[in-house]
Design a protein. Structure first.
Length: 222
């Protein structure tokens, strides 16, 4: 009986030590996200009229041997954490635990992992799989996600890779590792670029129509 009790205690301690890992999913003033749009000033979150526009940030995770991320995001898994921008220019945060971290399924506390963040404006909606496919297909030339309401442009961009981030433990030790920073292996901030979609503008339709009419007239004259 005493051996069984001891084994139970040891198993409980092991489970506590190797519980689900957590990381900090928030940037700071020195690692802001920006856009290349003149109307948005220098940073994500504000328009020219200083009203807040919604942006989303999906956190992807991979084993610490991944190191790089191409547009297809092959080898990366969506962690289930979808952050948003704040009212502070260029700042973002995730859906926090009580200690301001996010949980990362599949990775235990004290393990290490690599992370990358895909950010986009709310015109693309919140379907991470659809947005990921749009990005992988070359953004502007890709198939638009359903429900797109942004006219013929949108903003989207992939961060650099945060390498070998130490997983923390909710309410315990070690503390959750940070994804953002200016040091080696951290994300120093990045830019969401403006992409034109494959949807022609009304003016383009008009020009196409005029061109077609001109060709018909030319053929009849011949």
């Amino acid at each position: 009986m005493k051996k069984l009790l001891t084994l139970t205690v040891l198993l409980g301690a092991a489970t506590l030590s190797f519980g689900q890992g957590t990381v900090n999913f928030a940037n700071v003033s020195t690692t802001r996200v920006s856009t290349n749009a003149v109307s948005n000033g220098a940073a994500t979150g504000l328009t020219s009229s200083s009203t807040v526009h919604q942006y989303y940030y999906a956190l992807f995770v991979a084993p610490s041997s991944q190191n790089t991320a191409d547009p297809s995001l092959a080898g990366w898994t969506y962690s289930g954490n979808l952050g948003t921008n704040t009212t502070l220019v260029g700042r973002l945060n995730g859906n926090y635990n009580t200690d301001s971290s996010v949980s990362v399924p599949g990775f235990a506390a004290s393990a290490t992992a690599d992370f990358v963040v895909l950010g986009w404006d709310s015109n693309l909606g919140t379907d991470v799989n659809a947005v990921r496919a749009f990005w992988a297909n070359g953004a502007g030339s890709g198939q638009l996600p359903s429900g797109f309401t942004g006219g013929n442009t949108t903003y989207i961009g992939l961060s650099g890779v945060a390498n070998d981030v130490l997983m923390g433990q909710l309410g315990g030790s070690p503390a959750p590792g940070s994804l953002f920073g200016t040091g080696p292996g951290l994300i120093p901030g990045w830019t969401l670029n403006q992409y034109a979609t494959a949807v022609p503008e009304p003016a383009s339709f008009a020009l196409m129509g005029l061109g077609g009419a001109a060709m018909l007239i030319f053929r009849r004259r011949k």
